[in-house]
Design a protein around this ligand. Sequence first.
Ligand SMILES: CC(C)(COP(=O)(O)OP(=O)(O)OC[C@H]1O[C@@H](n2cnc3c(N)ncnc32)[C@H](O)[C@@H]1OP(=O)(O)O)[C@@H](O)C(=O)NCCC(=O)NCCS
Length: 318
Amino acid sequence: MHLVVANEAQKVERDRHTYAAWGSPLTVEQFLQRELRLRAHPWSQAHMRTWLLCDDSGRVLTSCETFRTGSVLRGADGQESPGDSFIIASVFTEPALRGHGYATRLMDLVAAELERTEPQAHAAVLYSDVGARLYGRSGYQEAPAWDWHLPVLSSLATRQVDSLLEDADVPAALERMRRPEVPFFLWPDAPQVDWHLERERIYAELLRRPRPRACGAVVGASTALWAMVARLGELVVLMLDARSEDDAAALLEAARAQAHKAGLAKVVLWEEPGTMPWVARLPDASREARDGSLPMLRPLRAGLPAAADIHFPRALWA
Ligand SMILES: CC(C)(COP(=O)(O)OP(=O)(O)OC[C@H]1O[C@@H](n2cnc3c(N)ncnc32)[C@H](O)[C@@H]1OP(=O)(O)O)[C@@H](O)C(=O)NCCC(=O)NCCS
C-alpha cells in the first residue's frame, strides 16, 4: 500500500463515491458541482490536497483531504513561532472496503508524510463524525465539544451593533480580532473564512434559498463572523471575539436576527472558554453535546499542549 496525491480526474472520481456520505440533500450532479467549486476557491487552490491510499495495482482503498492552516506556538519565554497545521477532512472508504484498517493506515501515512516534508508543521487536526476510537489509534487526542444553541430572533433587537459585515469585510474583521493568549492556537486567514461563505453561496444557489444579508457584525472593539449552513437550517458562528458580556449579547442578537430573516431555525456557537460564561447567561441559550465534528489533534512536533487545552473555533473546521 502506498500514498498518492490525487490528480484532478482522481478527485472527481472520489467525489462520485463520497456523495453517499456528504451529498444529501444535493443531487449527484449538484454535489459534483459543489466539490469543483470548493476546490476552485482560492483557499483550496493554495492549501488543499487530496490523498489516496492505493494498493499495488493502483486501486484506491481510501482517501482524505488536507487543508493547510496557520497556527502559532508560544514558547515559555512568550516567543511566538508561526507554523502550519493541517486540517484532515473527508476521510472515506467505500463500504465494500471498510473494516480492513485502510483509513487507519491512511491517517498514519499522511501524518508521517507531513512530519517528513513540512518543516513548519505543528499539528494535524480533524473533526470526527465517527467518535474518537478510529483516529485515537493514529495518535489523535480528542477535545471536549459542546455547542450553544440560540433561537432565532423574530422580535426587534434589544441591543444595537455598530455595523453588520459583508463578505468583503472579512479581512478587516479578522484583523480586528484578538489572537488567544494561550500556548498554542490555530488561526484562519481571510480566504479560509471566505471558504465557509463560498459553501454558503453554493448551497444558497443550489437549494435556491436566500443568503443572510450579513456575515458578521462589530460592536465597539468586538467582532463576530458567521455563515449559513443551509442544509441544516443553521447559522454557525465562525469566530467570536467579544470584549464584554454586553458585546457578546449584542453580536449574538445580530446573528439571531439575521438567521431569522434568512429563514433559518437557530444559531449555533461552538463553545470556547473565553465567551462561555457570557453565553451561558443568555436566557434562551442551551448547551448541547456536539453531534459529530469532535475536534481531535495529533501533534506533528514536540511541545504542543494537550488537545483538551486547545481552542477550536468553527472557522477552523473543514
Ligand atoms: C469511517 C471510515 C472512513 C472508516 O474506514 P475504514 O477503512 O473502514 O477504517 P478502519 O478499518 O481503519 O477502521 C474501522 C473502524 O472505524 C469504525 N467506524 C466506522 N464507521 C463508524 C461510525 N459511523 N461510528 C463509529 N465508528 C465507526 C469501525 O467501527 C471500526 O472500528 P474498530 O476497528 O475499532 O472496530 C468509513 O467507515 C467511512 O468512509 N465512513 C463514511 C464516511 C465517514 O463517516 N467518514 C469519517 C468522517 S470523520
